[in-house]
Structures are given as C-alpha cells and as structure tokens.
Design a protein around this ligand. Structure first.
Ligand SMILES: Nc1ncnc2c1ncn2[C@@H]1O[C@H](COP(=O)(O)OP(=O)(O)OP(=O)(O)O)[C@@H](O)[C@H]1O
Ligand SMILES: [Mg+2]
Length: 462
C-alpha cells in the first residue's frame, strides 16, 4: 500500500507510542516514534514528517517549547498536541503558537484518524500553494524564439507595452504556446535583468487553489480576520512593489473574486481581508488564460466589466500549427539548448523528411510538446540525426488537424480494453506532456483540477 503520509510521534509513554503507531500504520501511514526529546528539531528536519504528534508533558522538556522551536525553524510539519485532560488550557495556548489541533488522552481511535487525516490535508494544501507560487518562478527560461510574422509582431508589441509601462495586460493562447514566457519577457523589458534591487515577478495560479486561499494570498489579511489569522499578513499585491504579478489561468477565477480584482485594477488600491484601510499598490498585472474569455462572458462565467478592463492591452499567441515556419527553428533551438544542458554532442541535426513530419503534425501541446520531445531525444537517443523512424508513431501518421474527421476519436480494439487502465494511461500522458503540472494536465483532459486530483488518487499516481 502507498503511504498516506509520514507521522512522527513524540511521547515518553511507550504504551501510547505503540497504540498510536498501530492505529496509524493500519490506516496506511508511515510512522516513526520517539520518546527522547534530545536533538528533536534536527530529527524532525531530517525525516520531514507531514504531521508530528507531540506530547505536552515530557520529562526533560515541555512540548510547548518544542513546538515553538519547530515553528521557529520554519519547518512545514503540522503539529498535533497530545494532552491529558488537565492540560487542555495548554493545548489552547499551543494552537495559538501554530499547532493545528490537539488530542486528549485517553484517545479515541476514530478521533485520532480524523485529526491526522485533516492535518495531512492541510499540510498538502500548504505545500501545494507554496509550490504553485514559488519554485516555479526561479528557474524559468526566458528565451523567446520564432521568425513567423505573428511572433515578430508579438515581440514588437511586447516592447511597446513595456516601454509605455501599461499596468494591465491580458495574454491569451492555447496551452503551451508561451504565455508565461511572454509575461516574463515583458517584466524583463520593463525592469531589466533580475538582480537584487529589481522588483519581483510574482506568479500565481488562479485555477489550482481554493478561492478563499487565493483571496488571502492575493490580498493578505489583518490579524483576527478569521480563526487562522494569528497576525497581519501582506498579500502578493502588496509584496510586488513596483514589479509584476502574473495571474495565471485568470479564466478560472471565481466570480466573486473577479469583482475584487476589478476594483484593484480600477482604483489601484487593495484592502486586506478584515481590514478597513485602502492601501495603494504599484504593480503590473499580467493575466493569462487559454480559455476563450468572450465565450466565458457569454455564458456567465466571467464578468464582462473585468473582461473589458483586462482586454485594453491584449496579446494573443497563435498555436504552433498556425505558424509552421517556427517549428524547425524551435526544434533546432531546443536541440542545442538541451545538448548544452546535458553536455551531449550526439544529435547534430534533423533530416529533411523528419522535419517535414514535425512541420505537418498538429502539436496539440504546442511549444511545450515540441520542447519535451526534443529533450527526450537528446537524453535518450544515441543517434547523430533525427530521422522519421525515430519519431513517435502519432507524429508520423497522416497529418492530423484539430477538426479533421477522426480527430479525438479513439478506435476500440476488437479485444476490448480496461477503461481504468486506459484512463490511467491517458492521465500519465497528460502529466508527461505538461511537465507534471497538474493544473495544465487537467486542462488537457478537459477536467476540473479537483476531479483530476481525485482521479490521481484513485489510480495511486503520486
Ligand atoms: N517562442 C518560444 N521560444 C522558446 N521557448 C518557448 C516559446 N514558447 C514556449 N516556449 C517554452 O515552452 C514551454 C511552455 O511555455 P509556457 O509555459 O509559457 O506556456 P503557456 O502558454 O503558459 O501554457 P499553459 O497555458 O499550459 O500554462 C516553456 O518551457 C517555454 O519556455
Ligand atoms: Mg502557463
């Protein structure tokens, strides 16, 4: 069975350790127990548990102090306090210090299961949010390659908009066409190379997190605005002083939040959740979507006024198949790029026949799909030129068009198939095509992010 998460238990009572670890192991958790408080923070840091069960009364050190250390070190482990009845007051204090919950001795096993499963869920969500808005931003390639008229036009417009320092830009295009690269280039054109002193570029995905979390990420909150608001927190709009904020997949932002965003764009001020001050902000808002926003306005999913406000300055990136001259240029660029990255000198070129096939393929995943394909070649193949035989079969078949007669039609073999295996396989392919980006993979399959995640769980895909 795949582990549901890692739980670390610290208690000086051996009976409690064995009882709790038995319950939790039976539930599918990976459990580590400890009865000694020495060096405890390092142990937690090394093992990186999702949740720690922490006794309050310990012989050498008090659990509250240990909690304070763990939170002070910025470890992301969620802490659940274990208390005897008479320390319930202390448990409340622990919650104020950042514990997620507490369990009172003697334990009720059902309660233990629920508390742990909630804590794990919270931890996963937190990590996802952190991942979704940070990791991504540091390592992004900014190269923007292409010689088609469409791309040349786009580059000229990028320069003009950057020079004019416009405050809002909408960037549209199918998945993988390069909306994020364009956004990053605009930021770069406005502010020069990333260096200390250069204002930040902040990326946030509007589709991949619950509305309430997105709202508090964007707007921040004042202490006491809700139960978890233990102190004031600046939102991303406030943090991006003078820089840019990329609202990725704006088409999926919920209606109510859309009104708040419109207010920000019009007044150039924000109000924290639970706050009563209007705080001026200075930020370029770059919004991207692969949805057709005017359709979304038509069927009531997107606010018309926000759509008009966003589309004053608007850039559209054509799908790769509609600018075929860029295909060989990009393919050769990626070949060189990955050869340098992986220090490989094997593949030197693409044969004319293979090039023809690349050009006539319809690239549903656009530039991202081409880039991933070339990367696989460079890493896996020991050849000096890419020939048609090296290309995957879906690429060498008859040229497909998005609206051709057999587009999207799957032919059931006479022997039948397992629909579960098929679904799992398709989901893995979607993840592979999108560099494991769940939000984008869900989109490729026309599923909601939540549905996609629950299917991942169903098939045990990590
Ligand atoms: N013109 C280009 N030149 C070089 N690399 C490009 C170009 N267009 C896209 N890429 C690369 O293709 C990948 C996908 O681009 P990007 O993430 O910007 O797509 P996107 O339009 O934001 O897609 P999605 O809607 O799925 O988020 C990135 O690795 C990017 O560097
Ligand atoms: Mg993107």
């Amino acid at each position: 069975m795949k582990s549901k998460g890692k739980v670390f238990i610290l208690d000086d009572d051996g009976l409690i350790l064995s009882m709790l670890s038995k319950v939790l192991r039976n539930e599918g958790y990976n459990v580590l127990t400890e009865s000694d408080t020495d060096d405890i923070v390092n142990k937690v840091r090394d093992w990186q548990p999702d949740v720690m069960l922490l006794d309050i009364r310990l012989p050498k050190r008090n659990g509250i102090d240990i909690l304070r250390d763990i939170k002070g070190e910025g470890l992301s482990t969620e802490v659940v306090m274990l208390t005897a009845d008479d320390t319930a007051e202390t448990a409340v204090k622990a919650m104020k210090l950042g514990a997620v919950d507490y369990l009172t001795k003697p334990f009720n096993t059902d309660e233990v299961k629920i508390v742990i499963s909630n804590a794990i869920e919270k931890e996963n969500l937190k990590q996802e949010v952190a991942y979704l808005r940070k990791v991504y931003s540091e390592t992004y390639e900014r190269a923007f390659i292409g010689k088609s008229d469409a791309i040349k036009d786009l580059m000229r417009n990028m320069e003009k908009l950057a020079e004019a320092r416009v405050s809002t830009i909408l960037i549209t295009g199918e998945s993988g066409t390069g909306k994020e690269v364009v956004a990053r280039n605009i930021h770069h054109l406005m502010h020069g190379p990333a260096a200390s002193g250069c204002p930040p570029f902040i990326w946030i995905n509007c589709a991949a997190m619950p509305e309430t979390i997105l709202e508090s990420e964007l707007f921040g909150y004042d202490k006491g605005a809700f139960t978890d608001a233990k102190h004031d927190k600046k939102g991303l709009f406030e943090q991006s002083k003078g820089g840019s904020i990329l609202l990725d997949e704006i088409g999926d932002m919920k209606f109510e939040l859309q009104s708040k965003l419109l207010r920000v764009l019009e007044e150039r001020t924000i109000r924290r959740i639970g706050g009563d001050k209007d705080i001026p902000i200075d930020v370029t808002v770059l919004a991207t979507t692969n949805k057709n926003l005017s359709d979304a306005v038509g069927n009531g999913e997107f606010r018309k006024d926000l759509f008009f406000r966003l589309s004053t300055f608007y850039m559209h990136i054509l799908p790769l198949r509609e600018r075929p001259v860029d295909i060989p240029i990009l393919a050769r660029y990626f070949l060189e790029h990955f050869a340098a990255k992986y220090n490989k000198k094997n593949i030197i070129d693409i044969s004319p026949e293979a090039e023809k096939m690349l050009v006539s393929y319809n690239w549903p995943g656009n530039v991202r799909e081409l880039k991933n394909l070339v990367e696989r070649f460079v890493v896996l193949e020991n050849i000096d030129a890419i020939l048609p035989v090296h290309l995957p079969h879906w690429l060498t078949g008859p040229a497909k068009t998005a609206d051709g007669p057999s587009a999207g039609k799957f032919i059931l073999p006479d022997s039948g198939i397992s629909i579960d295996d098929f679904e799992k396989d398709i989901m893995l392919q979607a993840l592979a095509k999108t560099d494991n980006n769940k939000a984008q993979a869900a989109k490729l399959l026309n599923m909601t992010y939540d549905a996609f995640r629950s299917h991942l769980k169903k098939y045990g895909i990590a």
